[in-house]
Write a protein that binds this ligand. Sequence first.
Ligand SMILES: Nc1ncnc2c1ncn2[C@@H]1O[C@H](COP(=O)(O)OP(=O)(O)OP(=O)(O)O)[C@@H](O)[C@H]1O
Ligand SMILES: CC(C)(CO)[C@@H](O)C(=O)NCCC(=O)O
Ligand SMILES: [K+]
Length: 236
Amino acid sequence: MRLLIDVGNTSLKAVLWHNEQAQPADINNLPWLQITEVIYACVGRSDLLNDILVQAASNNITCFEAKVTKTLGDLVCAYEHVGNLGIDRWLALIAGFTLYPNTACIVVDAGTATTIDVLNSEGLHLGGWILPGLDLMTSSLTQNTQRVFDDGKTPFTNELGKNTPNGLKNGALVATIGAIEQAKLNLTAQKTEQATQIIFAGGYGSLLQQQFAGSIFDSLLVMKGLNYWYELTETV
Ligand SMILES: Nc1ncnc2c1ncn2[C@@H]1O[C@H](COP(=O)(O)OP(=O)(O)OP(=O)(O)O)[C@@H](O)[C@H]1O
Ligand SMILES: CC(C)(CO)[C@@H](O)C(=O)NCCC(=O)O
Ligand SMILES: [K+]
């Protein structure tokens, strides 16, 4: 089985991949005797990995760090400086491209930040945007104003706000929805015949998915991307 690790800005996530399925991994009690390789990606604090990489080395298990490259098969990165693109974004794109071949995709990863990446049906990454995540949007407002407050119980909805927490929470949600709508325009401009697949991942992915008919939420998107990255990179 494979150990897959995604180090983000808020948390480190790990799963064990076995028989095409993900199992939860307890990073304090890993089944080293059964692990065949470690594949990891990091946009956050790399020191969080130290302990695991040392344990892997002492068990003679090879570790692979996923990196962004200009191309991976038919997938082409939009960035000129590919090393600047977050590896989590690249992995989510790899997963989108592999799960929905020949389909234009908008890939949205909604965690600490919300990233929106646009991929045409040929595998060309057209680029994307980085927005503050929903919590960062609201906390930056409550922390930098005197009178904007959250009550800790108001949900995010797309309705007009009629009190301050509603205005705050819904403002963050509709800003994010609006950006996804804007992303769609970049694909219709490309005369794509097929419908665009919108794919959500991340802590707020499920909430956002409910705003877009026909879209999907995949909590394992980045992990699947890690697996595909490894398989596609090894066979090249
Ligand atoms: N059901 C949920 N489970 C986990 N997080 C949730 C949930 N609903 C909302 N969130 C929010 O999602 C965010 C966490 O998302 P996620 O785990 O995708 O990324 P992250 O670890 O914060 O980001 P990064 O990958 O940069 O570390 C937090 O802001 C959290 O409040
Ligand atoms: C935007 C985040 C923080 C999202 O996790 C990550 O993808 C990242 O650190 N990206 C680097 C900047 C970029 O993607 O252009
Ligand atoms: K993330």
